[in-house]
Design a binder for this molecule. Structure first.
Ligand SMILES: CCCCC/C=C\C/C=C\C/C=C\C/C=C\C/C=C/C(=O)SCCNC(=O)CCNC(=O)[C@H](O)C(C)(C)COP(=O)(O)OP(=O)(O)OC[C@H]1O[C@@H](n2cnc3c(N)ncnc32)[C@H](O)[C@@H]1OP(=O)(O)O
Ligand SMILES: Cc1cc2nc3c(=O)[nH]c(=O)nc-3n(C[C@H](O)[C@H](O)[C@H](O)COP(=O)(O)OP(=O)(O)OC[C@H]3O[C@@H](n4cnc5c(N)ncnc54)[C@H](O)[C@@H]3O)c2cc1C
Length: 627
């Protein structure tokens, strides 16, 4: 029945202060207040409804996304929301859109790679959305290999301009979000050519469309690249294709914090690492880690609530069947994902600190932690997005057949999320970067340069290096093993930072105890999953492995009474979850049944096409082959 909490009995089992855990999950009382207030604002406004997306055509879907983006902007302006509140509103609107790239990449690129003067000119326009930007780096022929990009930016000293050009088909910009139909400007990455000499890939601000009638400017060919994975999902985003035909831009539209070109045509490389040109990608990778905890926690919330609602088998003498959440197999699949959601939340907090720290150091021209920041953002982005994409799919399976319904929210969540394993850096390519960093660290063992920070533990392998000073097979030859080592390195960071989090003051009855259980589940689940490696390297004995397994089962039993409260702590509205299976009150079956009849296919009891195709079949009016 409506208004009844069908999960009340589960909530009454909780052994900790859920409101205190909500603050831990949000990060602070202030962050909780903003999230709680804005999520409820979005949920209560019919202008942000999203339950009809799977029934819209691509064009209707896209137009609806533009409407929502404009409505969100109006809401932000009318309510005079802060930048933090505005970002939260866009998050809870929960629809991939051009605004993600405008706010999430275009503006950060100008802030990170523009000079003071360039920031003063372009940021006010971007913040007021008087221009709409995108991040145009990837091309049809190159994405991972940034140094392989073909678009050219040739300096013309006669006119003090750069000529931006797409010399080949494969140099067409391809994938940038927001580019296809909306962006008026792009940060375009191109090979800088001055006086006939190449100076690597740099970023250039290029206007794409008229601010009067939105038509593409002279020399600009631009459009959408077409439908993507899933129906609604990421098709709300206009990922675009863009070709330049000798487009001229003023010299001062090259982002010049890292490298400069003077009006005399002199190329100057600042005394900063050229990799700062990649700074926007590093920034987004660390935000993607936080986003992973959001996406995984959404899926886990749905699967946990539904696992408590769903009963199957086990009825004794006509009594209620067993809740599937009570099956050890369900717990062994679900609770490690619940633990991972919390683990990724805390590693996301730490990575945000690491990024802020390296950014502050860069301002003082201190590049000492840049390699570690690159390795951590790359590796943790790879680790968390892979685990989250796999985790969302596991949550769909944990919900049985109903998990495959769009009304469960899981198919769309999966379809929107999975490109995170590719965008902002293919996950394998990024792990290879971590592997390169680890090998460089190993090569420096024994020197005066001692490993610190997240690689401090590697001093312990020093003896290995000394006795293994022999044959070194090629990096490429060992890349599969090195990628596995990179994953293990990142997993160690996640576990370490979870443990460090538990050493902080954590208020609330039973809250720290619950987090300790989740931390142990996360660590022991990894040990169980990779026990072959631990056993073969002698790190643990078979007895240790057996003990870990026993402890895991015990930990699952400790989590069980708190599972619903632990997902309530995410404080997601039913609107944001977008899932009948995950609704707060657990009143699933009536809602599933009601939702079915709202499908357009049920607008008529006899389907379109019956008389044309089915009736002739049934009435044998179609000549049938001799059976
Ligand atoms: C719609 C819903 C979205 C939800 C998301 C939620 C939050 C995000 C918020 C905002 C964003 C909005 C949306 C995000 C979603 C989609 C947008 C997607 C955008 C994109 O995909 S942008 C394009 C991304 N492309 C890539 O990531 C390309 C990957 N390739 C590279 O980075 C580089 O090519 C490479 C692999 C690193 C190799 O570079 P290369 O120059 O060849 O260098 P190497 O020779 O390998 O190394 C030399 C040296 O340099 C060091 N290095 C490399 N990179 C860096 C770095 N970034 N920082 C510091 N140092 C670096 C490397 O370690 C080597 O050092 P040595 O000491 O070993 O010499
Ligand atoms: C939804 C979505 C949104 C995007 N948004 C943007 C955007 O806004 N702006 C933008 O510029 N780009 C964007 N991209 C592009 C994205 O950044 C690239 O697709 C991504 O960097 C991967 O590069 P790629 O496509 O060239 O993959 P490839 O590198 O071609 O990967 C193909 C395979 O080759 C493997 N591989 C590649 N190099 C190596 C190597 N050295 N060693 C071993 N294996 C290797 C990879 O692991 C992968 O298995 C977006 C992509 C998607 C899917």
């Amino acid at each position: 029945m409506e208004g009844v909490d069908h999960l009340a009995h589960e909530r009454n089992k909780s052994e900790f202060d859920v409101d205190a855990m909500k603050i831990v999950w949000a990060g602070s009382p202030h962050a909780f207040d903003v999230s709680d207030r804005i999520s409820k604002l979005v949920a209560s406004d019919p202008g942000f409804r999203k339950d009809n997306r799977s029934t819209l055509s691509r064009k209707e879907l896209f137009k609806n996304t533009l409407r929502k983006a404009a409505y969100a902007w109006k809401t932000i302006v009318d309510l005079r929301l802060s930048e933090e509140e505005a970002a939260k509103l866009r998050f809870y609107v929960d629809e991939p859109a051009f605004t993600d790239l405008h706010w999430g990449m275009f503006i950060p690129a100008i802030k990170g790679q523009g000079t003071e003067e360039q920031q003063q000119k372009w940021l006010p326009l971007a913040y007021k959305m008087q221009i709409i930007g995108c991040y145009a780096q990837t091309e049809l022929g190159h994405g991972s290999n940034v140094q392989g990009l073909e678009t050219t930016a040739t300096f013309d000293p006669q006119t003090d301009e750069f000529i931006i050009h797409s010399p080949t088909l494969t140099s067409s910009k391809w994938w940038p979000g927001g580019l296809g139909k909306v962006a008026t400007h792009a940060i375009a990455y191109a090979r800088l050519i001055v006086g006939g000499r190449e100076h690597g890939v740099n970023g250039f601000i290029v206007q794409l469309r008229s601010l009067e009638d939105h038509s593409p400017l002279l020399g600009i060919t631009v459009g959408d690249i077409g439908m993507k994975f899933g129906n609604g999902a990421y098709n709300t985003m206009d990922n675009g294709v863009l070709r330049f035909d000798h487009v001229r831009i003023p010299r001062n539209q090259m982002l010049m914090r890292v490298s400069q070109v003077t009006c005399e045509g002199k190329y100057k490389q600042s005394d900063v690492p050229r990799q700062l040109v990649y700074g926007t990608m590093v920034y987004v990778r660390q935000t993607i880690v936080a986003d992973a905890s959001c996406a995984l926690s959404r899926a886990v919330c749905i699967a946990t609530r539904y696992s408590a609602v769903r009963r199957q088998f086990g009825s004794q003498n006509g009594g209620p069947e067993t809740q599937v959440i009570d099956y050890k197999t369900q717990q062994s699949r679900l609770f490690p994902l619940l633990a991972s959601a919390y683990a990724f939340r805390f590693i996301g907090e730490w990575l945000k600190w690491l990024y802020a720290d390296v950014t502050q150091r860069l301002q003082a021209n201190d590049f000492s932690t840049l390699p570690e920041a690159h390795a951590c953002t790359a590796g943790l982005k790879s680790l968390t997005t892979t685990a989250t994409a796999d985790g969302i799919e596991e949550c769909r399976k944990l919900c049985g057949g109903h998990g495959y319904l769009c009304s469960s929210g899981l198919p769309e969540l999966f379809a929107v999320y999975v490109p995170a394993c590719t965008y902002e850096g293919d996950n394998t390519v990024l792990l290879l970067q971590v592997a390169r960093f680890l090998m460089k660290t190993v090569s420096q063992l024994g020197s005066s340069k001692k490993p610190v920070g997240t690689i401090a533990y590697m001093t312990r392998v020093e003896h290995l290096m000394q006795c293994r000073c022999g044959v070194q097979r090629g990096f490429a030859e060992l890349s599969v093993d090195l990628v596995e080592a990179a994953v293990a390195h990142c997993q160690l960071i996640v576990v370490s930072k979870f443990i460090e989090k538990l050493q902080q003051e954590i208020p609330g009855k039973g809250v720290k105890q619950q987090l300790e259980v989740l931390c142990n589940i996360y660590a022991l689940f990894l040990l169980h999953k990779h026990q072959g490696d631990f056993l073969s390297t002698g790190c643990i004995t078979p007895k240790h492995a057996a003990l870990a397994n026993d402890e895991l089962r015990s930990l699952y039993s400790q989590v069980r009474p708190n599972a619903i409260a632990l997902v309530d702590a995410f404080n997601y509205t039913d609107h944001y979850l977008g899932s009948i299976l995950g609704c707060y009150d657990g009143n699933v079956y009536p809602k599933l049944y009601e939702a079915a009849w709202k499908d357009p296919l049920n607008e008529s009891v006899v389907p379109d096409g019956y008389h044309q195709y089915i009736r002739p079949l049934l009435k044998q009016e179609i000549r049938t082959a001799r059976l």
